[in-house]
Design a protein around this ligand. Sequence first.
Ligand code: ATP
Ligand code: MG
Length: 341
Amino acid sequence: MELVKAGSGDFDTIKARPIMRIKDLTIGIHESKQVYTAVDRISMDICAGEIVGVVGESGCGKTVTNLALMGLLPKVLFVQGGSAEFECEDGHHIDLVKISGKERREINGNEISMIYQEPLTSLDPLMKIGRQVGEAVKIHNSGLSDEEVHDRVVKELGEVGLPDPHGMLEMYPHQLSGGMRQRVMIAMATVCRPRLMIADEPTTALDVTVQAQVLKLLKHINQKYGMTIVLISHDLSVISQICDRVVVMYAGRIAEAAPTQVIMTAPAHEYTKGLINSLPSMERKGSDLPCIPGHVPSTEEKREPCPFAPRCALADDICRQQEPPRRMIGEGHVVYCHFVK
Ligand SMILES: Nc1ncnc2c1ncn2[C@@H]1O[C@H](COP(=O)(O)OP(=O)(O)OP(=O)(O)O)[C@@H](O)[C@H]1O
Ligand SMILES: [Mg+2]
């Protein structure tokens, strides 16, 4: 991997070249003639070939951030500010939150793809698997013959570990297990070999055994094709299994970002510590799991300058008066907290 200084994102360090640089991205919500903030000035770099985990409780803004990158925000949400510069395969740069519809059609599926949070609702229940994956191929490869599309689909279904790929072509989504449906989704997202794949809670609805298989498949795709992956999950134990680095989001902001090993062994932000503390472990078998008191504020609720202050044991007047500064406390380790030096 090429080593260059990566710049001003949240993984500011000597590392691989960034293929996406999100800078001060802010997403607003129009509701009852008011504008609320769902995502508030987040910045991060995503580097070529890495798997980056995005973690945080429900409502922290993980999904809307990534929908904004795909140009798929629901109508009430809109990009209020910031940029998301993406380096295309041919080396030219585009701002994903400002591109035209035409550019978007060329990018989505081909350069960037997304696996959505709910696989059942993302697959067409009335369309056979072969046709659904075939459509994903045809959109970006209009010159391929039907036979070539067919061969590519069969190969891809085999690649993602589905048994009997030929038989699979004739199946409908309801005939498949949850794990198989997720593999079909992964096949659709990877068949055009995008540079970046965003996987939004790809394992949440699956039991732990199938979850482990799907994570293994994502790691395999990352290594085989050098595909960069953003893995979104509310579960740090999922993220820690395959991610190189982790971004912790809280209430539409970044709280902390660091290499996975650092996050898991030396977290600095009280929110990250709370998330790790609430993970089940064998040592604590039989005792109650600690949880973080309080809740993520809804977008309508008033937020303190440090949005975690109401739930934080360390919180002081300064957290309610001033935004926490961005502090770089180790290689690639960024924390937003007044008390971390
Ligand atoms: N369609 C919508 N209309 C209004 N508000 C929305 C909409 N979608 C998301 N939001 C709000 O934006 C904020 C961020 O939501 P988002 O779905 O990104 O959270 P998340 O971190 O992905 O949570 P989860 O873990 O539940 O998927 C939340 O406060 C949510 O209520
Ligand atoms: Mg979500």
